[in-house]
Ligand binder design. Structure first.
Ligand code: X8Z
Ligand code: ZN
Length: 578
């Protein structure tokens, strides 16, 4: 430990002791609440919700109390790592409740009520008897070409939000009062304070990164709108927003499923992965095994046996669960699991890689002290698996026997278009979600403007509109998982920038001089070692150091993303001029 002055040294011994105790207590309470939350999410019931809420309340109360007590070290002269831990102690919970009696339990119950409604909601479509769940409705949006059916699926699902509105408003109030007790202006500011820079600077960074990629999005949006105008002349108009139910995804956050229908013949990217998987895969675990083998090929260990025994890979037939994919760290050691309702599609194959990215991150940083056992910032945790997903190239799939021999298409455009349809529309979507939530938490958007503002932002940023006018009492934000579940969303926007930045850096470091979208790190142990170094750092250092260890750069930068899609952008511009 670095030498400190007389008082400083006594102060730092006390601070060290305080943190040792705080970390042990937090670990213990986190394990308890993770286990309760796991049982709840994989077996929804009144009782499991209550047990999870109590465990949440215990953890949050303890962590707020310790963060408050830490303030006595605020002016002590402390070594950097202790100071950082103190800072992280105050930021360790993404949701905090005020200290009034029963308020933590109430906050947990409100979130559980919203999440439970989201997880169990079904839609009875016109002319059908059986109700359809979110996976079924999503399949309709992705595969149907009947706009009336798509509109029914879209409208039906968006009814999920209506009764959440009151819970949501109460949740905003409780969470804000909790954040204020910790000295933040509101929950949005607390979320924006987790990036090793002042919250306002983070807002400016997001703006800068979005401006960097917005021109690419506008080009893609314009081209897709033209294709949809040809297909649905009465529904899509030139210059206006695109109706949200025509983009192949419930939230219009990925337009990948449009790609088979709108890719011009002659530039097609080869057989769709979904078809290959459906022909080959009989058990969803096999898809997870492929992803695990990718990680072991770059030097990571096979997953522990308990991962295979305890994970949930499919929707159980006998009970309600939270199907939204997630990766869990139950004991902050070896008991890692994922929870997914895997469907046999190429899109889900990517989600599996995404989840294993979390799992390997959790395993890699588990030797750090508890308060550092996380990624550099939350965008890194979200980026890792997607970064591996960028390496799931046609050549790689051919190599592992999930595609014919590398077909080497005459033009790179078809393959790139499919990836762009998946990744690029996500950028404005993810900006819209948390810009909306920040405005709600700050009070800039009042209770009677919730839905109007949601659609204003989605039109302004994504250039989309609901299929028909929305009634002001609906709560359409509630139709997106992360709103009822209270998961911050900016992390995904940052992850989408970072994954391309890191992909380009790994390509350059390997001496790759081909197109970026053809580069794969499969079997590349040097690339794996670089990533592992970053992951093992956890959150012990400010994130620019983690970024630097992989890319040599200390700022987030979207030029990797732009370079990756350059051939497509040139093609889109040529098409536009034709
Ligand atoms: O929620 C997720 C992951 C779990 S962290 C499946 N994602 C976001 C979403 O589905 O909206 C991954 C990308 C964006
Ligand atoms: Zn994730």
């Amino acid at each position: 430990m670095p030498a400190t002055g007389g008082n400083g040294s006594r102060g730092s011994e006390a601070a060290e002791g305080f943190l040792r105790e705080a970390e042990a207590r937090l670990l213990d309470l986190s394990v308890e609440s993770q286990r309760a939350e796991w049982v709840h999410a994989t077996y929804l019931s009144l009782d499991t919700a209550d047990l999870a809420a109590r465990a949440f309340a215990r953890r949050v109360r303890a962590s707020v109390e310790m963060a408050r007590n830490w303030t006595r070290f605020d002016s002590a002269d402390l070594p950097a790592d202790l100071r950082r831990k103190g800072l992280l102690l105050r930021l360790s919970q993404s949701l905090v409740a005020p200290s009034g009696p029963g308020e933590s339990e109430e906050l947990a119950h409100r979130v559980a009520a919203m999440e439970g409604r989201y997880a169990t909601f079904r839609v009875v479509l016109p002319g059908r008897k059986e109700p359809t769940d979110l996976e079924g409705l999503s399949r309709i949006l992705a595969e149907s070409d009947d706009p009336a059916l798509m509109e029914a699926a879209w409208n039906g699902w968006h009814e999920v939000g209506r009764p959440m509105r009151a819970d949501f408003l109460r949740y905003v109030d409780l969470a804000n009062r909790g954040a204020r007790e910790l000295g933040f202006a509101d929950t949005g500011e607390m979320w924006r304070s987790r990036y090793d820079m002042p919250p306002d600077q983070l807002t400016a960074e997001v703006e800068r990164l979005w401006e960097q990629v917005a021109p690419l999005y506008r080009d893609l949006h314009r081209w897709v709108r033209q294709r949809l105008m040809e297909r649905y002349p009465e529904l899509v108009s030139d210059g206006g927003p695109i109706p949200a139910h025509l983009l192949g995804n419930m939230w219009a956050q990925s337009w990948e499923s449009l790609s088979t229908g709108i890719t011009p013949t002659g530039i097609s990217g080869g057989p769709a992965l979904t078809d290959v998987l459906r022909a080959r895969i009989s058990d969803p675990r096999e898809m997870v095994r492929y992803a695990e083998r990718f990680f072991t090929s770059i030097g990571f260990e096979p997953l522990p046996a308990s991962f295979w025994e305890r994970s949930m890979f499919s929707r159980p037939k006998d009970r309600e669960v939270v199907c939204h994919a997630s990766a869990w760290d139950l004991d902050f050691d070896q008991d890692v699991r994922i929870k997914m309702c895997i469907e046999t599609t190429g899109e889900e194959f990517q989600v599996i890689h995404h989840e294993l990215g979390h799992t390997y991150y959790q395993l890699a940083c588990r030797r750090q002290p508890f308060l550092f056992r996380d990624s550099a910032h939350d965008g890194f945790h979200e980026a890792l698996g997607d970064l591996i997903g960028l390496s799931v190239t046609p050549a790689y799939l051919a190599r592992i026997g999930l595609a014919g021999a590398d077909p080497a298409p005459a033009s790179p455009v078809g393959g790139l278009l499919r990836i762009a349809l998946d990744k690029v529309p996500f950028l404005p979507f993810s900006v819209a979600v948390d810009r909306w939530r920040w405005e709600v938490f700050s009070g800039r958007v009042g209770p009677d403007q919730l839905n109007r503002r949601w659609w204003e932002l989605r039109e302004e940023l994504q250039g989309i509109a609901p299929p028909s006018r929305r009634d002001p009492d609906t709560f359409d934000a509630g139709a997106k998982y992360h709103i009822p579940a209270s998961v911050p969303y900016l992390r995904y926007f940052l992850a989408y920038i970072l994954q391309f930045q890191m992909h380009r850096a790994l390509a350059r470091a390997s001496g790759w001089d081909g197109a970026l979208h053809e580069f794969t790190i499969y079997g590349n142990r040097e690339a794996g070692a670089r990533l592992r170094t970053m992951m093992e750092m956890g959150q012990s250092r400010p994130w620019p150091e983690a970024l630097e260890s992989v890319t040599g750069e200390r700022r987030m930068d979207a030029s990797g993303l732009l370079e990756y899609f350059r051939p497509l952008r040139d093609w889109l511009n040529r098409e536009q001029r034709r």
